[in-house]
Design a binder for this molecule. Structure first.
Ligand SMILES: [Zn+2]
Length: 307
């Protein structure tokens, strides 16, 4: 463990105890002893010191801010504090959610939700924050960090290296859903997010550019995948590229027509897609229509020929 990391750990524990008169020196001495003399693993050393200080200073557990946790060790229904980087912001699909997306640290990534009622300042992609008193929730096996009105968030001046999960994948499944923010879209020239009435959620009034994009859900019978199809993939499946989409929208004086047309051609269809999974989102690099019963069809045709 390098000195920087050590000092940060001291700092983290000091934050929890400073209002009780605990000194930094005291924490540092104990921590050095545990880590370097007794070779206690980091997390155990942290726990030991926190519990020891709590006893010495008679501090009830509930009065302490939850200890800093790593994303790999969060558990449902537990209150924790986390230092994490905002990796992606997604468009919330409900007015009760103010922000949602993915945060990560050096041990992994997780979804997060900031409730609108929590009334917090807006998080920005790529920035690092200390999330204090957040609660972990689990739904259908997927954990997420919930920011409530009891939580505190502040930006921190640290660079967190996020552990990326990037792997290539080939899946066959049905395109069971196409989200409303698909089709011919106006996006912010700076961040690429959809712009509503010329205004980007993060950048205000901005210059926009047109993109053809589908955000959808693919179901392979066992798992579902959030996926993104770009213009190239959409065009290879439907023959409709950006140019054709613009033309269609102009003819009907309505961009919504493009989405309707794409839904008509792709929704419910079986696709064989290749792509990259990154932070749970499958970015499709190529796709083709797939007939799940093609073998049966071939057998049937052969029998008919023989008969
Ligand atoms: Zn923007």
């Amino acid at each position: 463990m390098d000195e920087n990391r050590f000092q940060r750990m001291v700092e983290d524990i000091y934050e929890m105890f400073k209002s009780y008169g605990v000194t930094k020196k005291e924490i540092e001495t104990r921590l050095r002893l545990l880590l370097f003399e007794f070779k206690v693993p980091e997390e155990e050393a942290r726990r030991t010191i926190i519990n020891g200080l709590r006893k010495n200073y008679n501090i009830p557990r509930v009065d302490l801010k939850p200890a800093l946790a790593k994303i790999s060790e969060i558990e449902p229904n537990k209150w924790v504090s986390l230092k994490a980087k905002v990796i992606q912001l997604w468009e919330p699909n409900s007015p009760i959610i103010s922000q949602t997306g993915l945060i990560g640290d050096e041990t992994g990534i997780t979804r997060f939700v900031v409730w609108a009622k929590a009334n917090k300042t807006r998080l920005e992609e790529g920035k690092c924050y200390l999330f204090e008193k957040v609660v972990i929730d689990e739904f259908m096996g997927i954990k997420s960090v919930k920011v409530t009105s009891a939580s505190e968030i502040r930006e921190i001046d640290e660079q967190i290296e996020v552990k990326e999960e990037l792997r290539e994948l080939e899946v066959v499944g049905a395109l069971v859903s196409i989200q409303q923010n698909s089709g011919l879209l106006q996006v912010c020239k700076i961040c690429g997010r959809t712009v509503k009435a010329g205004t980007c959620m993060e950048h205000g009034k901005v210059e926009t550019t047109d993109v053809l994009r589908i955000r959808g859900v693919l179901d392979d019978g066992e798992k579902i995948y959030d996926l993104i199809l770009d213009e190239k993939v959409i065009s290879s499946l439907t023959g409709m590229g950006l140019k054709e989409a613009r033309k269609l929208a102009e003819e009907h004086l309505d961009r919504g027509v493009v989405l309707l047309e794409l839904k008509k051609r792709l929704l419910g269809k079986y696709l064989k897609v290749k792509g990259e999974i990154r932070f749970r989102m499958l970015t499709v690099t190529s796709a083709e229509f797939y007939r799940p019963k093609i073998l049966e069809e071939v057998e049937k045709a052969l029998k008919e020929v023989e008969a």
